[in-house]
Ligand binder design. Sequence first.
Ligand code: AMP
Ligand code: MG
Length: 511
Amino acid sequence: MSAPPTEPAGSDFAPLHTEDGFAALGPQFFTRLAPTPLPSPYLVGVAPAAAALLGWDADIARQPGFVETFVGNRVPDWADPLASVYSGHQFGVWAGQLGDGRAIRLAEAATAAGPLEIQLKGAGMTPYSRMADGRAVLRSSIREYLCSEAMAALGIPTTRALAIVGSDAPVRRETIETAAVVTRLAPTFIRFGHFEHFAAHDDVASLRALADFVIDRFLPACRDDAQPYQALLREVTLRTADLVAQWQAVGFCHGVMNTDNMSILGLTIDYGPFGFLDAFDANHICNHSDNQGRYAYSQQPQIAFWNLHCLAQALLPLWRDPQAGEAGKEAAIAAARAALDPFRERYASAFFRLYRAKLGLRRLGERDEDDEPLLTSLFQLLHGQRVDYTLFWRHLSRISSADGSRDAPVRDLFLDRAAWDAWADQYRARLRAEQSDDAARAAAMLAVNPKYVLRNHLAETAIRHARDKDFSEVERLLAVLSRPFDEQPEAEAYAALPPDWAAGLEVSCSS
Ligand code: AMP
Ligand code: MG
């Protein structure tokens, strides 16, 4: 923090050009309302990479009015605040109307890279708050902020986080916590649930308007298809398959894959009780409220597919001919199936591509499946030995294809060393089969296997400091996570195994 603020008090952060995209859809899609002010707001953090998306540098946060604006206390000239309505399936059950219960969209900015909605999460009650308070706590806000930016740095599609502003206003959860507002950015926050909402109300005109909006603004290639709405479903299917394959590869568990938490653009959205795998457990459940393990790590691909079926169901009226009776219905369902069909293959091909890269392998045969036995035995091994997922890949990157002389760091992660040796023999044989060059392979593997991920205990440490008004750990962690593939010698501790106390951490839907 060096130079003094340059803008006069009351600056509205021009130049920020805004457009009227979503808001032009009509009043059935949202309710206009201003955020509810919070007392004595203070800046907790600002993310430079997210600020850059709006053409700002991180110093923007020092301008007078920034904190007041991004906590929701002052509505700038360029804002048109609104909360949108959606519905959805939660934990496999139709939940009816939900909506932005605590998120208020300020505006849709026109940026060099296209439209970007600016949304305040935790900005107060809306008509969609149901029985809840419209607030978010500092704890969950820090987790969302850090993880959004960490995922972006990992190259995984995600909503972004510009800033966190805190307030000492009390918020009741299991205990009394304090409030915070995260400013989120995304081309659009439209979810599968937005479509489900209008389908559930038999409002086909609004459903069509929403689909047209998404196509024309974000997925224009679908318009060239003979069946644009089916093309939309196919495109969302492909994006969702790619997204979940990336989650699996990096060991990310979303925790609440309800249809209202599924982005129509295939972005990771609504960070709540998420977690990165520490010790590999295929059935890891990161959300303490998920008693059945519906959203366990291993379930994510099929849950994504299930959610896509809900989306397909919602879109069906867009191509079903109501005059054609039962036959028309059958035809419409067949068309939906055809659009969903590519999921399995797309997921599998993304999965194999990502894991071949993680293993430093080229594709040898015609078929992806040729490498399946090697991967399956690896997963069994990692699962059986509860090997740290992130450290494993990082250390694996540096072994020799000739012999076990450089195995120690990775081998030491296994309790059963002989089991590692047996798998390593297979792996080395596979490497030699493609005459793998150790140095080139190590460089390539280190560029796809992150050293730094947002482990729960890292977030927790930052949260504990922040509760004492020390936000330096949030900033430091953000900086480390923004270069996840780089060796950062000063940040070695952030790449270590979780401490014993991390085992007692529980994250739930409460946020
Ligand atoms: P989530 O589990 O965070 O995806 O939220 C599910 C639904 O509950 C969404 O409609 C949210 O807007 C709403 N919601 C969650 N927490 C709150 C809260 N504290 N106040 C109002 N609405 C909330
Ligand atoms: Mg949600």
